[in-house]
Design a protein around this ligand. Structure first.
Ligand SMILES: *Cc1c(COP(=O)(O)O)cnc(C)c1O
Length: 472
């Protein structure tokens, strides 16, 4: 007990700690309040360690640990953490290219430049430089999107969920919309076709069965209240076995025959031929337009590789009705999105540029031989930290992610680490708490690093992070 009282007396006071040079300096850099909070929390945590030490002696701080300089050091680290941003860049070593938890698509340098230029300056968001009169924010994008997709008109909204929602509300509110039972999907936990439809005011009419739907199923339910057929791309799941669906062209023809609309929710926003890069077939936006879909919707931050947004392309008269809808203002995009999307879309004017400059496509099309070379270099550097015998290179699989191409397997080379002196979970946590955080895969107690999603200029930082994680 005497021991405990002595330790408590030794614990420096808040004022004393704040006078430590390290913390005085920090008060010039960060708000005093943040530093004060960090100091109080540091002292509190030592105090509770000391008092709980009455039941567990191993918990008690050792002599010297309570020295003001030591506590100041800990408080400073805590203050740095508190003053830092919560949302920050990190290193994705998972090999999942479009990871919704990790912010989906990283932007190209062209998009980042466009974005920062517009962010830091005034800009012509809604000013026509030609006439000097008020312009539309959508004008910066429309002709470019039309040129690439082959559509008559385009409008950009907050995300694809918003795009589907507003299209249904504007064109089919109070009317019936026919959807195949095989396409009543849920994407990302909160986007569910039946719920979105109910919220939009359109009435869902289900046709067909889970695995098979035919054109005649659609035709059988058409009546005076039918407004549209909705075709939804089953982005995040794949049916195998005996299945039958209806092609866009056939459905478009049936829609025209009955004077109805065909709306297609493509999800991913692919403009390039994936098969050319050894990936499974994925319908492209321009194919749906040329097959006769009246409207096509897709995300900006999935396979398109741009900022979060939802894009609607298609018939001019329909896009005009969507623009006039009350919700268009509530769901509209901001100047940052427009800047980043325009710069991204411009890269699609030249496929070669799109593949090399848009990070999502660069990662998708990465040459396995190059990935193997990068894995070998990383493995050599890792082995200097954890010992040669604990590092190996495995053939593995990267994933597209983001609810796109769920069955696509991209062959890759993984650097695998056997954890030494530390549990695997502990290393994973230390890497996650690193600055910048490193996110990786843990499988059968092995730490797996996939070079496909690690940018080349992040490799040094990755090695440093591992060094830190193994340090103590
Ligand atoms: C991802 C996806 C959505 C939702 O798009 P967000 O941009 O995330 O709102 C809707 N429909 C399909 C088919 C999708 O794949």
């Amino acid at each position: 007990m005497d021991n405990i009282n002595a330790l408590l007396r030794e614990l420096p006071a808040v004022d004393r700690l704040l006078r430590e040079p390290l913390l005085e300096e920090l008060q010039l850099k960060f708000p005093r309040k943040v530093v004060l909070q960090a100091v109080q929390e540091t002292i509190d945590s030592y105090r509770s360690r000391i008092t709980s030490g009455s039941s567990d002696l191993s918990e008690l701080p050792q002599a010297g640990e309570l020295h003001p300089a030591n506590l100041a050091c800990e408080a400073a680290a805590l203050a740095e953490k508190k003053a830092g941003l919560n949302l920050k860049p990190l290193i994705n070593a998972t090999g999942i290219i479009i990871h919704t938890n990790l912010g989906r698509a990283p932007l190209s340098k062209q998009a980042v430049e466009a974005l920062t230029g517009v962010a830091a300056n005034y800009n012509n968001l809604e000013l026509s430089l030609e006439t000097g009169k008020r312009g539309s924010r959508q004008e910066h994008l429309e002709s470019l999107i039309c040129e690439i997709s082959g559509a008559e008109a385009a409008v950009v909204l907050n995300n694809n969920a918003a795009a589907v929602f507003i299209a249904l509300n504007a064109l089919a509110g109070g009317l019936e919309v026919v959807v195949s039972r095989g396409q009543l999907v849920e994407i990302g936990g909160s986007f569910r076709i039946p719920e979105i439809m109910a919220a939009s005011g359109a009435k869902l009419v289900e046709v067909g069965t889970t695995n098979k739907t035919y054109l005649r199923d659609y035709e059988a339910v058409v009546n005076d209240n039918t407004a549209a057929f909705l075709k939804v791309h089953s982005s995040n799941y794949h049916m195998v076995g005996f299945t039958a669906g209806v092609e866009t062209a056939g459905l478009a023809e049936l829609a025209r025959k009955h004077n109805l609309l065909l709306i297609e929710d493509l999800g991913s926003g692919v403009f390039l031929d994936l098969e050319k890069y050894g990936l499974p077939h994925e319908p492209r936006v321009q194919d749906s337009i040329s097959a006769g879909a009246d409207l096509v919707t897709f995300s900006g931050d999935k396979m398109l590789g741009g900022p979060q947004c939802g894009i609607i392309v298609g018939r001019e008269d329909l896009v005009a009705r969507i623009r006039k809808n009350q919700l268009a203002r509530a769901l509209r995009v901001d100047k940052f999105t427009i800047a980043a999307l325009e710069a991204t879309m411009r890269l699609y004017l030249d496929e070669e540029k799109a593949i090399t400059e848009i990070p999502v496509w660069r990662m998708l099309a990465a040459d396995p031989a190059l990935l193997e070379m990068r894995a070998k270099v990383l493995a050599t550097r890792f082995s200097e930290i954890v010992g040669f015998e604990n590092v190996s290179i495995l053939e593995g699989i990267s994933k597209v992610g983001g609810g796109a191409l769920p069955t696509a397997e991209l062959p890759t080379y993984l650097v695998a680490l056997k954890p030494v002196n530390h549990g695997a979970e502990e290393i994973v946590k230390k890497l996650r708490l690193n600055d910048p955080p490193v996110i990786l895969r843990l499988q059968h107690d092995m730490l797996l690093f996939d070079p496909r999603t690690v940018f080349e200029d992040q490799e040094d930082i990755l090695v440093q992070a591992l060094e830190m994680a193994y340090r103590d």
